[in-house]
Design a protein around this ligand. Structure first.
Ligand code: FE
Ligand code: CA
Length: 528
């Protein structure tokens, strides 16, 4: 923990007062990980410390992050590890599934101040290759994970296949969709947020959260452990690298920068909770060291390249945004929503994104982000006036329109936006101003429905016809659970909307509800 960084952050980026900063650091110092001096070496496990499995993520052309976490009793608040011990964990990378041809190995220390998580950043592997990996600690060996490197930057790559998932409320549905995803043979998974939900346990759901609404470090850790204990989620993490970003529920519903959705929340304790949520997110995700949290700061926006075929710009639309205009909710696109000061990205992230987009020579340029960019009127009552989601891009419509204008002016090659958050599927055609359908289409948006949040729903066909009639940008809408399977070549992008017929009991069947494609050079959404 670097307090001078914190000070700088709180005074410059957030403009908080010195008084608030002091209150915040006092609150923060009560988090146990700050003060612990851990010197005892521990490896005498009675139970398997690899109960949460393995994961990999953020691949480049020569390596990726290999992840695990020691948790002999994952659902206990202390996850079965004494608070003051370190453990030595051996990692191995092999070219074969039986781990007989090991090409790299090493040791990492599992520390209590990062929840005994391990993040190995491998380098020197061959580009565009699949590998296998595992960990050892004490007498235990982890499950074997499968992962891959990306083709070299600029190298020609013929095809890429990946899944887009989001919103996996543990109480509201089973993770049946991952069973199908495991057979889809994907190179990558993108998780676009709401990996966990912070809410207290509720009665009469398919599964039950442990405990009340999470606030402490131990509670956040146990909630992630409960989610990651799901065998299908664990298997999917072990099947290929994941590229993750958060939305709101990894911390608190509809949070915006340093603002809670609830009134009268003490800012210092809100920022302490944000630091706790960010720390747990880092601990549980296969993220690089650039994402090690600095108090209430965590840099999540980053670029991932797949040869010259695709560049992915992973965005964070929560940490740097301005507060939702018009008091959040669904409101008119009025002067408050159109205020040019409203931002979802913040100055630095936007400058980085603009530079990355204009520097790119990739065929497909993909924003992997959280909230819907299509400026969609979601009013279903035809006697009432139009409403737009203030938590999504319509709440920053001037910024959003400028981004699309930038893509058009700079002739960004095949811009595609991937979105989560909204618990239904959409395919949208994005214009500089979506309310002016005579304008040219600049980009394409594919919105993935929730994996489980919301439970079973029908297709919502009557809503779909209202939305399509009122919004020329909307080409597809569907309310079922599932994910998107994307297949790319340099000529065509195809998105298959995968849906599960029942997430409330085991054995649900997954099928393809619809497929849409985009041809390189033309952002129009076409039925595949
Ligand atoms: Fe959600
Ligand atoms: Ca959300």
């Amino acid at each position: 923990m670097n307090f001078s960084n914190l000070d700088k952050f709180l005074q410059s980026e957030n403009g908080l007062s010195r008084r608030l900063f002091l209150a915040y650091t006092t609150a923060l110092s009560s988090i146990p990980w700050l003060g612990c001096a851990s010197t005892n070496f521990y490896e005498s496990f009675e139970e398997n410390p690899f109960s949460l499995g393995v994961a990999s993520g953020d691949p480049n052309h020569e390596g990726m992050v290999l992840w695990t976490k020691l948790a002999p009793k994952p659902l206990q608040l202390d996850y079965g590890m004494p608070p003051d011990v370190v453990s030595e964990v051996k990692w191995e990378v092999a070219t074969d599934e039986s781990m007989s041809s090991i090409v790299q190995s090493g040791f990492e220390t599992a520390n209590p101040h990062l929840g005994h998580s391990i993040h190995v950043e491998t380098t020197g592997l061959k580009p565009d290759h699949w590998y296998f990996y595992r960990f050892h600690c004490g007498d235990f060996i982890s499950p074997i994970g499968r992962t891959r490197t990306m083709p070299k930057e600029g190298a020609k790559a013929d095809k890429l296949r990946f899944a887009v998932t989001s919103c996996q409320n543990y109480e509201q549905g089973l993770y049946t969709a991952y069973e199908q995803m495991l057979t889809d043979d994907v190179d990558l998974v993108f998780h676009l947020g709401d990996y966990i939900y912070e809410y207290a346990a509720k009665e009469n759901r398919v599964r039950k959260h442990l405990g009340k609404e999470i606030e402490t470090l131990a509670e956040y850790r146990r909630r992630y452990a409960q989610y990651r204990s799901d065998p299908l989620l664990q298997k999917m993490h072990a099947a290929c690298p994941w590229i993750v970003t958060w939305d709101d529920h990894e911390f608190d519903n509809n949070w915006a920068n340093d603002v809670s959705e609830k009134a009268n929340v003490d800012k210092a304790s809100f920022m302490k909770r944000r630091a706790t949520a960010f720390q747990t997110y880092y601990e549980m995700m296969p993220l690089r060291k650039t994402s090690v949290p600095q108090g209430p700061n965590l840099q999540l926006y980053r670029q991932i390249n797949f040869g010259s075929l695709a560049s992915f710009y992973v965005l964070d639309t929560r940490q740097y945004r301005t507060n939702q205009p018009n008091g959040d909710g669904k409101k008119a696109l009025n002067s408050q929503a159109r205020n040019p000061q409203n931002t979802l990205l913040g100055k630095d992230q936007k400058a980085w994104m603009y530079k990355s987009l204009s520097d790119s020579s990739s065929t497909w340029n993909v924003l992997a982000q959280q909230v819907m960019m299509g400026t969609v009127n979601t009013q279903r009552n035809k006697n009432k006036s139009a409403v737009y989601s203030m938590d999504q891009w319509p709440g920053c419509v001037t910024e959003r329109n400028k981004i699309v204008e930038f893509m058009s002016n700079h002739k960004v090659s095949n811009p595609v936006v991937l979105t989560g958050d909204i618990h239904c599927n959409w395919a949208n055609e994005l214009r500089m101003d979506d309310l002016k359908p005579e304008g040219k289409i600049v980009a394409t948006e594919f919105v993935a429905t929730s994996l489980s949040s919301g439970g079973n729903k029908g297709q919502g066909q009557s809503t779909a016809s209202i939305y399509k009639a009122n919004n020329p940008c909307v080409k597809f809408y569907n309310e079922e659970r599932g994910y998107i399977l994307c297949e790319l070549t340099d000529k065509v992008w195809t998105s298959h909307y995968k849906v599960v017929d029942d997430v409330l009991k085991p054995g649900g069947k997954t099928s393809t509800r619809a497929s849409y494609k985009v041809l390189s050079g033309n952002p129009k959404v076409i039925k595949a």
